[in-house]
Design a protein around this ligand. Structure first.
Ligand code: ADP
Ligand code: MG
Length: 246
C-alpha cells in the first residue's frame, strides 16, 4: 500500500456558473499527497471545469478551494498556485515557435529564476524520463502527437509541481500513441506524484488509481476504488455510463 500524506487539494461546496448555466453544483473533493484520482463522466458533466478551477484557469463562484494550504480567491496567490499545479491538456498546448528544450526551460527560468544551465540540465533529465531525449532540438510540429504530449508532461514536471492535473491527455491521440503516453503517466503515478486525471482509460485507472470519481451534471455522483467502480457501480447513472463506454 502506498502511504498518503496530508490534504493537498480541498474543495468544499464548489459552484461555477457560465452565465445562467450551472456547471458545478456543490463539488466536494479532498485529495491527499501521493494520491492518484481518476475523474470520469459524460461529456459536459463538468470534469474539465472542475480541474480548471483547481489552478484558477476558471474562477469558481462560491464554495472553497484550498491547494497546498493556499485558498483560491480573487486574483491573489495566482502565481503561487500555478507554480504548484502542473497541467496537461488534451491538445498539448506547446509553444509552436520554441524548440522542445525551450518549451521546457521557459517557465523554470522565468518563474523559478533558474539559470539556463540548470534549466537545460533538468529539461534533459525530464526528456529522458519521458523517453524522447533525442527530440530536444526539434520544434513541436516535427513531433508525433504522442511525442508532443510527452513534451507537455515534461514541461509541466519541470516546475516541480505538488500536483499534476491531466485533462483527457490521450483523447486527441491516434491509438498507437496512447500507450506511450499512458506508460509515462503510470510511471509518474507509481513514483508518488499526486495526480488528478480526467480519462476514460480503464486500464490506467485499474492499474494506478486509488479512486475513481464519477461526475454527472456538475457534481460527484459516485466515488469508489477502480475495482469497485468498474465491477460493481452503485448508481444508475454510473451503470448507464459504463454500459456506454465499455
Ligand atoms: P466535461 O469536461 O465534463 O465534458 P466541461 O467542464 O467542459 O465538461 O463543461 C461543462 C458544461 O459547462 C458544458 O455544458 C459546457 O458547455 C459548459 N461550459 C464549459 N466551459 C464553458 C464556457 N467557457 N462558457 C460557457 N459554457 C461553458
Ligand atoms: Mg472536458
Amino acid at each position: 500500500m502506498k502511504k498518503h500524506g496530508e490534504d493537498i487539494i480541498v474543495a468544499r461546496g464548489v459552484h461555477k456558473y457560465f452565465g445562467e448555466f450551472h456547471a458545478l453544483r456543490g463539488v466536494d473533493m479532498t485529495v491527499k499527497t501521493g494520491e492518484v484520482v481518476v475523474i470520469i463522466g459524460p461529456s459536459g458533466s463538468g470534469k474539465s471545469t472542475f480541474i480548471r478551477t483547481l489552478n484558477r484557469l476558471e474562477p469558481h463562484n462560491s464554495g472553497q478551494i484550498i491547494v497546498n494550504g493556499i485558498e483560491l480567491k480573487d486574483g491573489s496567490n495566482l502565481d503561487a498556485i500555478r507554480r504548484e499545479v502542473g497541467m496537461v491538456f488534451q491538445s498539448f498546448n506547446l509553444f509552436p515557435h520554441l524548440s522542445v528544450l525551450h518549451n521546457i526551460t521557459l517557465a523554470p527560468m522565468k518563474v523559478r529564476r533558474w539559470s539556463k544551465t540548470k534549466a537545460e540540465k533538468t529539461a534533459m533529465e525530464l526528456l529522458e524520463r519521458v523517453g524522447i531525449p533525442e527530440q530536444a532540438h526539434k520544434f513541436p510540429a516535427q513531433l508525433s502527437g504522442g511525442q508532443q504530449q510527452r513534451v507537455a508532461i515534461a514541461r509541466a514536471l519541470a516546475m516541480q509541481p505538488k500536483v499534476m492535473l491531466f485533462d483527457e491527455p490521450t483523447s486527441a491521440l491516434d491509438p498507437e500513441m496512447i500507450k506511450e503516453v499512458l506508460d509515462v503517466m503510470k510511471e509518474l503515478a507509481q513514483s508518488g506524484i499526486t495526480m488528478l486525471v480526467v480519462t476514460h482509460e480503464m486500464g490506467f485507472a485499474k492499474e494506478v488509481a486509488d479512486r475513481v470519481v464519477f461526475f454527472d451534471q456538475g457534481n460527484i455522483v459516485e466515488e469508489a476504488t477502480p475495482e469497485q467502480f468498474y465491477n460493481y457501480p452503485k448508481h444508475e447513472r454510473s451503470k448507464l455510463f459504463l454500459s456506454q463506454i465499455l
